[in-house]
Design a protein. Sequence first.
Length: 97
Amino acid sequence: KKALEERNQVHASGKILVLESGGMPWKEHLYSLERELALPGQIMFVLFVDSSGMWRVQAVTVEGTDFQNRLSLPEPWRGLRNEELSQKAGIPDCCFE
């Protein structure tokens, strides 16, 4: 709930959440909180640190689906890795594994 409340500090759009701890199931809880707070479908991406200490970004799926994203990452980024991804995204030190 804290991540939802602080989402505008992450990005002005309010569409990106940062979870303080990753590795735990979060989707159903997010859907439930969105309904509770009258914010259905507003969160597009979740950022979290995985068990190896790397930052991850995950697109939020449409509720009730496994593979239909509310919004996917930009198509020009797809298939790129590391430095090439960093250059295309304009984000230093990207790593795709």
